[in-house]
Design a protein around this ligand. Structure first.
Ligand code: GLC
Length: 688
């Protein structure tokens, strides 16, 4: 194969930033991949590639929570929202359904799932993560990969998954997107690598290199990370693709390369196999090989990994492989989405005002309640491949307002609605909101972050509500009427006063097409909330980082000027029924934990039982608790079940000073319950 063909074969270019003629020219040159091209245009480019280069193109796209860049596709809850389900089986079904829709568009590869951990909610991209915990992220992400890739990658319904961003975006200092993470290799291996190890175990066929850097070394050129750890140690046999224009960022943002040619050399030597959207890489790579500075075998090795994935996808035999077009927005996907949204509702506070009962006048205040963009969040046709605020959303979808209006009559309720606020405070809205609320028995206050505050490079220093939202809430609070607050946001927000002034608080983060309906069902008791938080809510932005599995050692163990506990912690989530835990036992020989769980209330419900452990004396400081297992149990009122968790010594391991994962002998503690809160956990000590 000529060197030019090889250099083109490891390059990926954005279809959205070139003319059709230029795209055809690249297709004929043997370009490895396009991203962000849909449907018929993909077929046309594939035809050019097969006729002139004889090697199929692989088409990639960001299908992050459904194939949501396509206006007719199914938009699921965000990854963070779906994490509230603690339901790997459901994530696998979402992955499968999404794969069908991506493939129906003639595409072969999604840049999903995200395995980064959200350790500081100032980061703009928290919504794309599975939250703060490495075990939950690994289990849910691996399930999504199984869904995307299926049992047979060559099937018309299967696509490539992509574990991203490798590695450490969530640990960047100050939660600054793509900034340096001041962590050691030991900490990276202990806290960040485990979910990506699960991705490799799940057979993920591509990894995406993170924009950022660890201890001053850009991930894009970190051969120890990509070659020694990912490919050699973990045995990753897929291909590594850079993130968008990472090669040029080595020159323009991180200043570790003097020009794009140097950067191209660093990126290939660093272990990347495909270069995303750095067009200059093509000529640079050819020159570097011809100058003898870049061994051609490195290009060959990269190309081999890419061609192997294309071969396993079946693209050589079926370059036009495509799922049936009726998969996009298919009725069974819509039904799946409704059940997914039901699992993602988290009830954070309830003093028994919910579910709403009796004849009542309801005032719904807050334009978040009726803005589908807030329900969708990031990575939909409103936001990518370029911002499109005027996109007309396609049905079916149900906003919170629509869900409440639809259900109110059957509960004998009348509903009024006022926008209450815009981006900036507008007294006129407040007055209207207050006058509507005065005539109501119950106020439902909808709030959250707005779409222009989330996503890439949208990190925020403050996590409070917008002033206009807080102003409306203050005015409503003065009426002395019960308030139910619904947070429709991409991530946790610091809302202690809102929580204090509300009789109940619910969230589904960005709940997708039917998140609004599921929240409405929960408010009316047609759904018993079962979600648990995959991420903690700080009491104040300054309390960050606020993740549950903190290390011991902080002398004060709290900031003096805010409560010790976060507002809500990982694993929190209430139900309309009650669950009791009794008879917990741990068999030290088989490492099996068993416990009785009983529904002691009068409503069927699903409890998500969580198992944590602590290594009580360890050679390095280890977290006060770590999640190592969880299980969903659906119980009728009065029903009891004994559930078991079979653990392994590896579950109890740590990464020692020599950067080796080991399980040390000594005293341990196992904890089991319905939240990571100490008050929710039964503890059993044992010796290993
Ligand atoms: C973006 C994101 C990455 C995405 C890629 C392609 O900058 O960082 O997550 O998959 O570019 O759109």
């Amino acid at each position: 194969m000529p060197l030019e063909r090889k250099a083109a074969g490891i390059l990926q270019l954005p279809y959205t930033s070139m003319s059709k003629d230029e795209a055809i020219r690249w297709a004929r040159l043997g370009l490895g991949s396009f991203l962000h091209v849909l449907g018929d245009e993909a077929r046309e480019l594939q035809k050019e590639a097969m006729e002139h280069a004889g090697v199929p193109i692989i088409f990639g796209i960001d299908a992050i929570h459904g194939h949501a860049l396509n206006m007719d596709a199914t938009v699921y809850p965000s990854q963070l929202s779906m994490a509230s389900s603690f339901d790997p089986d459901m994530l696998e079904r979402v992955g499968r359904a999404t794969a069908e829709e991506v493939s129906a568009d003639g595409l072969h590869w999604t840049f999903s799932p995200v395995f980064c951990l959200a350790r500081d909610i100032r980061l703009g991209r928290v919504d794309e993560t599975f939250g703060e915990d490495k075990y939950l992220s690994g289990e849910l992400g691996a399930a999504m990969i199984r869904g995307y890739q299926g049992d047979d990658l060559s099937s018309d319904l299967s696509i490539l998954a992509c574990a991203k961003h490798f590695i450490g975006i969530g640990e960047a200092a100050g939660a600054r997107d793509s900034y340096d993470a001041e962590i050691t290799e030991r900490r990276m291996r202990a806290e960040l690598l485990p979910p990506f190890e699960r991705a490799v175990e799940a057979g993920c066929r591509s990894f995406m290199t993170a924009y950022g850097s660890i201890d001053g070394e850009p991930c894009t050129s970190n051969a120890h990370l990509l070659r020694d750890i990912l490919k050699d140690e973990l045995g990753f046999d897929g291909f590594a693709v850079t993130d968008w224009d990472n090669v040029n960022y080595l020159v323009k943002m991180q200043y570790t390369a003097g020009d794009v040619k140097e950067a191209s050399l660093l990126a290939i030597e660093g272990g990347n196999d495909m270069i995303m959207t750095t067009e200059e890489f093509y000529s640079s790579a050819i020159e570097l090989v011809r100058e003898g500075r870049l061994p051609e075998r490195l290009i060959d090795e990269a190309l081999y990994r890419i061609l192997s994935a294309k071969y396993d996808l079946g693209l050589f035999e079926k370059p036009y492989k495509q799922a049936p077009s009726d998969r996009i927005g298919a009725p069974e996907h819509i039904e799946l989405n409704r059940s997914v949204a039901d699992e993602c509702v988290v009830l954070l506070k309830n003093d028994s005002i919910l579910p709403l009962k009796g004849k009542q006048k309801i005032a719904i205040i807050g334009n978040t309640a009726d803005d589908i963009r807030c329900h969708y969040g990031d990575w939909t046709y409103f936001t990518h491949p370029s911002p499109n605020p005027d996109a007309a959303p396609r049905r079916p979808y149900v906003t919170l307002l629509e869900g409440l209006r639809d259900r109110a009559p059957s509960h004998g309720h009348t509903v009024s609605y006022e926008r209450g606020y815009e981006l900036y405070s507008d007294k006129a809205y407040i007055d209207k909101a207050v006058s509507a609320a005065k005539c109501a028995d119950v106020i439902i206050f909808a709030c959250g972050d707005l779409i222009d505050r989330i996503g890439e490079t949208h990190d925020c220093a403050t996590m409070e509500l917008l002033p206009s939202q807080s102003a409306v809430f203050s005015a409503l609070s003065e009426l002395g009427k019960p308030i139910v607050t619904v947070l429709i946001a991409s991530k946790p927000m610091c809302i202690p006063d809102i929580v204090k002034g509300s009789r109940a608080v619910l969230t589904a983060f960005n709940g997708g097409m039917f998140g609004g309906d599921s929240l409405a069902k929960a408010i009316y008791g047609e759904l018993n909330p079962e979600g648990k938080l995959p991420i903690s809510f700080p009491y104040h932005t300054g309390q960050q980082p606020t993740y549950y599995n903190t290390l011991p050692g902080w002398h004060a163990d709290r900031y003096k000027d805010v409560p010790r506990e976060p507002l809500f912690v990982f694993g929190d989530g209430l139900s309309y029924t009650e669950f009791s835990y009794t008879g917990a036992a741990f068999d030290e020989k088989t490492l099996t934990l068993s416990v009785n769980i009983k529904n002691t209330g009068d409503m069927a419900g699903t409890e998500i039982t969580q198992v944590y452990f602590r290594d009580l004396v360890s050679s390095v400081i280890t977290p006060v608790k770590q999640l190592i297992a969880f299980k969903r149990t659906k119980l009728q009122p009065g029903e009891e079940e004994r559930i078991e968790f079979k653990l392994s010594e590896r579950d109890l391991s740590l990464v020692n000073r020599e950067c080796r994962r080991v399980t040390e002998r000594g005293e341990f503690e196992i904890m089991v319950g319905g939240s990571s809160r100490d008050t929710s956990l039964t503890r059993i000590r044992f010796t290993l």
